[in-house]
Design a protein around this ligand. Sequence first.
Ligand SMILES: *[C@@H]1O[C@H](CO)[C@@H](O)[C@H](O)[C@H]1NC(C)=O
Ligand SMILES: *[C@@H]1O[C@H](CO)[C@@H](O)[C@H](O)[C@H]1NC(C)=O
Ligand SMILES: *[C@@H]1O[C@H](CO)[C@@H](O)[C@H](O)[C@H]1NC(C)=O
Ligand SMILES: *[C@@H]1O[C@H](CO)[C@@H](O)[C@H](O)[C@H]1NC(C)=O
Ligand SMILES: *[C@@H]1O[C@H](CO)[C@@H](O)[C@H](O)[C@H]1NC(C)=O
Ligand SMILES: *[C@@H]1O[C@H](CO)[C@@H](O)[C@H](O)[C@H]1NC(C)=O
Ligand SMILES: *[C@@H]1O[C@H](CO)[C@@H](O)[C@H](O)[C@H]1NC(C)=O
Length: 808
Amino acid sequence: MEIACSILHNFSLVLFFALPVLVAAQTANISLGSSLVASEDSSPWHSPSKEFAFGFRRIGDQNLFLLAIWFDAIPDRTIVWYANDGKTAPEGSKLELGVDGQFTLTTPQGKEIWKPDNMVDKASYAAMLDTGNFILADNDSNHIWESFRDPTDTILPTQIMERGGLLSSRRTENNYEKGRFQLRLLPDGNLVLNPIALPTDNAYGAYYNSDTNDIANDTNSGFRLVFNESGYLYVVRRNGNNKNLTSGSISSPQDFYYRATLDVDGIFTQYAHPKSPANGSSWVQSWTPVWFEPKDICSGIKGDLGGGVCGFNSYCILQSNGRPTCQCLPGFSLFDQDDKFSGCKQDNLQTCDPYAPNPEELYETKFLSNLVWRTSANYEELGPSNEVDCRDSCISDCNCVVAVTYAGKCWKKKLPLSSGMVDISTYGKVFIKIPKANLTSRELPSPESINQRDQATAILVISIILGISVFLNLLFMAASSIAFIFSYHKRQKHAGVSSILETNLRSFTFENLKNATDGFREELGRGAFGIVYKGILSSPSSTTLIAVKKLNNPIQDGEKEFVAEASAIAKTHHKNLVRLLGFCEEGQHRLLVYEFMSNGTLASFLFGISKPDWNKRVQIAFGIARGLAYLHEECGTQIIHCDIKPQNILLDDSFTARISDFGLAKLLMNEQTRTLTAVRGTKGYVAPEWFRNMPITAKVDVYSFGVMLLEIIFCRKSLDVEKENEEEVILVDWVYDCYRCRRLDKLVENDEEAKIDMRSVERFVMVAIWCIQEDPSLRPSMKMVTQMIEGVVQVSMPPCPCPFSSFC
Ligand SMILES: *[C@@H]1O[C@H](CO)[C@@H](O)[C@H](O)[C@H]1NC(C)=O
Ligand SMILES: *[C@@H]1O[C@H](CO)[C@@H](O)[C@H](O)[C@H]1NC(C)=O
Ligand SMILES: *[C@@H]1O[C@H](CO)[C@@H](O)[C@H](O)[C@H]1NC(C)=O
Ligand SMILES: *[C@@H]1O[C@H](CO)[C@@H](O)[C@H](O)[C@H]1NC(C)=O
Ligand SMILES: *[C@@H]1O[C@H](CO)[C@@H](O)[C@H](O)[C@H]1NC(C)=O
Ligand SMILES: *[C@@H]1O[C@H](CO)[C@@H](O)[C@H](O)[C@H]1NC(C)=O
Ligand SMILES: *[C@@H]1O[C@H](CO)[C@@H](O)[C@H](O)[C@H]1NC(C)=O
C-alpha cells in the first residue's frame, strides 16, 4: 500500500524561499518646490515600492477631490488617510511643498484650506514611505510631521497610537467627513469605542473597552496601541502584559496587506488583503475581516443620550456577519437617504384633534414584535392594561406615537426614540401610530398585524369575563404570562416566522407550478428528498427560470412546520447559497421553488470531459467554504447540511458555487435524520460519527467538505476504482500518503496550472486533512477553514486522519 518515499525535491519548499523579500531601500524624496494639482489626470506621489500613493482622489460625481493616501497596488485603491477632516477640495486646488518649507493645500483662488497640524519646524523634504506613512522632514531628517501621527479612520502595520490618540469613523462610504463613532486610547490606558454628539466631539458612553486600565496602579495600565509589522494589533501595558486584539496567528505581511479601520457602522475591524491575485492574473480577492469589535454593537450602545447605532427613530438589526443594519420605524424615513445611520424623521407630523370623534379612522397602528429600546423614553405607564386598551389609549392620545404592551402593562413612549434594536428573545408588542394617509403599500400589514385585531378582540372578551374580580384578573395575568412563556418557546423554535425581518417568500398553488414546469416535464435531477424539475415563471414584463423541487417524503409535522421551515430557509441570504423563491403546500403536495442555476452541478463540472481551470476551482472552494460557514455560524439558527457533496453544489451563470438542499434535513426528517442520512449519505463523504453513537454536529459538514475540497483540487472523485495503482483508489488515503512523504507533486502530475501554485496546493491539502480528522473536535470550524484556505491564518501541520491504518 505504501508508496515509496523519496524526498528528492520539494516544490513547496523551493517556492517558500524564492519569495522576494527585497524592496530597494531608497526613499524618493519630494523636494521643496514640488506640488500636486487636484485634477482627473494628476499623478500622485508614490512610495518607492509603488504600494502606497499620496495625492488627490476624485470623490463622487462632482469635480471634488480628497487629499489622501491609498493602497495603490490593488484594484480597490483603498483610502487609508485623508487630509482636512475628510472635506473635499475643488478641482484645480493645489498642494505645495513651498521653497519656504511650508506644506499647504490651497484653492484655485489661492485660499489656504489645509496644512498639517503641529508642524514643529520648516520642512526640507517630504516622502511617501513604503509603510503607508507620509512624512515631512527637516534638514537633519527628523520627521517633523507624519500622517501616522495624525490618523483618520485607519491604522496600518508599524503604526502606533499613544494615549490621547483617536480614530474617527467617516460619515458614509463615500463621505469622509467625521462620522458618529470614535476609537480612543484614553489617558487612563483604556482603548474605547464610543459614539459622539456631532458636530462636536462630545463622547457618549463606550460600547467597547479593552479593560486595560488600572486606576489604583498605573503600572498595570495600557499606554499605547501597537499595530506591529507582523500585522498584530495589541495594547501595550507598562508591565509588559499586552492585551491582544488580533488573536491566533495570521499570515505573513509579505503576502498580505493589513489595515484596521473604524468602519462607518462603528465597528473596529482588522482586514487582510492578498498582495497578489491567486493565480497571477485576475483579482477576485478583496478585504477579508480578520477580527472585529464589538461583536454585538446593537446592544452595546447604551446611555440616555444620543441615537444609538442607528440614530433616532430607527432600529438596529444585527446581521449574520456581525454588522448592524438600520431600519426606520414604519411611518418614518431616513434623514439622509445616503446615510443609513443618520436616523429617521416622521413622514407626516401628526396634527391632532384631542376631541376627534373617531380617532380610529385617522390612524392605523402597525404592529412589531421583537423590538426593544435600550433607553426608556417612557412618559406614561398604564396598568393593568391589555393590548386593546393600550392601543386605544395611544390612538386617542395626541402625544403618543409609540406604545409597548407587555405583561399587563402599557408604556407610552415619547419621541425621538433612541437605541432601538431587534432582539428575538424579547416579547411584548410594539404599536406605532401612523396617520392613515401615510400607510404605503410597502408597509402593508404583515400577516401578524392582520390577525392582531382578532387576537385582541379575543383577549378583550376573555378579560371582560375574567375581569369581574381582581382575583380573577390576577389569574388572567398569570395565565397570560404562561402563554407568553409558551409562545416564547415556540418562537424560539421557529426563530424565523415571528421575526420582523420579512422574507419575500412567495406561496404558489400546485396549478401554478404544474403550468410553470409544463406538467413536470423536464427533470433536472433526483435526490434523496425528491425530484427537481425545470420551470419558467412568466409575467408580462419578464420570464424567470426556476427549479421546482417536488418533495417525496410524507410530511408528519403538518403545514405549519413546513411553512415555518421554508421561511427559515428563505431567511438565509448568502451569495453562495441557492435562494429559495417560494413554496407550495396544498393537500399532499409539498414543493419548493428555487432560482435556476444555469451551469449545473459541481460534480458534472469537475468530473466532466475537460479539466476546469485551476482558478475557477479555487474560487469555487472558497465560495463553498463561505456558504457553509454562513450556515453554521452566521445565520440566525444554525443549519447543518448533512449531505455535502459535489452533486449538491450548483454553479450559477458566473460559476459561483451555490450550496443547495440545505435546511431540508430538518424540514423533512427531524429525529430520523441520523438513520436516513446514514443510509442516504454517499460513501466517502460521510463523517465517521454517523456510524457511531456520537452526537451529530456541524463538524459532519466539515468532514464532507474536506473530502470534497480534495476532489476540487485534484479534479477527481474521492473513490475511483478504475485507477491502476491500488493506492490511488481512495483519494483521501492517497493524498495523505503523498503529503506525508512530501510528494504532493505526484498528485498534480497532469495539472500544469496547479503545478505553478504548489504553495496553495499544499495549503489546501493541509486544511483538507484537518477537516477529515476522525475526532470531530479536532476538525476546525468552517469559519476557520475559510480563513485557512484563503491564507488569512496559517495552517499548522495536521495529524494523521487515519488512526486505524497500519503506518500511523
Ligand atoms: C532625502 O533628503 C535628506 C535631506 O536632504 C537626505 O539626508 C537623504 O539622504 C535624502 N534621501 C534620498 C534617498 O535622497
Ligand atoms: C538646510 O540646510 C542647507 C544647508 O545646510 C541650508 O542651506 C538650508 O537653508 C536648510 N534648509 C532649511 C529649511 O533649514
Ligand atoms: C503596581 O503593580 C506592580 C505589579 O503589577 C507591583 O510590582 C507594584 O508594586 C505595584 N505598585 C503599587 C504602588 O502598588
Ligand atoms: C508582533 O506581535 C505578535 C503578537 O504579539 C508577535 O508574535 C510578533 O513577534 C510581533 N512581531 C514583531 C515584528 O514584533
Ligand atoms: C498575545 O499573543 C502572543 C502571540 O500570539 C502570545 O504569545 C501571548 O500569550 C498573547 N497574550 C495573551 C494575553 O493572550
Ligand atoms: C488565472 O485565471 C484566469 C481567469 O480565470 C485564467 O484565464 C488564467 O489562465 C489563469 N492563469 C493561471 C496561470 O492559472
Ligand atoms: C404622508 O402624508 C402626507 C399628507 O397626506 C404627504 O404629504 C406625505 O408625502 C406622505 N408621506 C409619505 C411617505 O407617503
